[in-house]
Design a protein around this ligand. Sequence first.
Ligand SMILES: [Zn+2]
Length: 116
Amino acid sequence: MVPASQSSHAKAAEEGSSRAMGESAGQQKAAMTYPTEELVRRLVGNLLRSDYRGNFFCSSCLVKLARESLDTIYPKSEIERTMDTVFQSPGALRFVPTFLCAGCRKTMPCLGAPSP
Ligand SMILES: [Zn+2]
């Protein structure tokens, strides 16, 4: 017969180890913890190259546009965080530190598609 205290102890140890693993894994592969990054990146690229060609948008407007296309399965905070990442490493897109956003008409750091 297995004493009840033994099984609860094993459970606690399991929880402890998985928590520790979660922390180190989260730090090691930060990109993996944001599954929407690739999605957001592609979406923003598509928007800026087609519907909004020639326009530049700030991150909050792009978050809004992305959410309209993405459904609301992703929390806004996660998309905002992902958008920050895209702004920091825009890849094929063009980052402009100060530009008149085509969405909110504020002078903001903006992202757009480079002219062909
Ligand atoms: Zn804006």
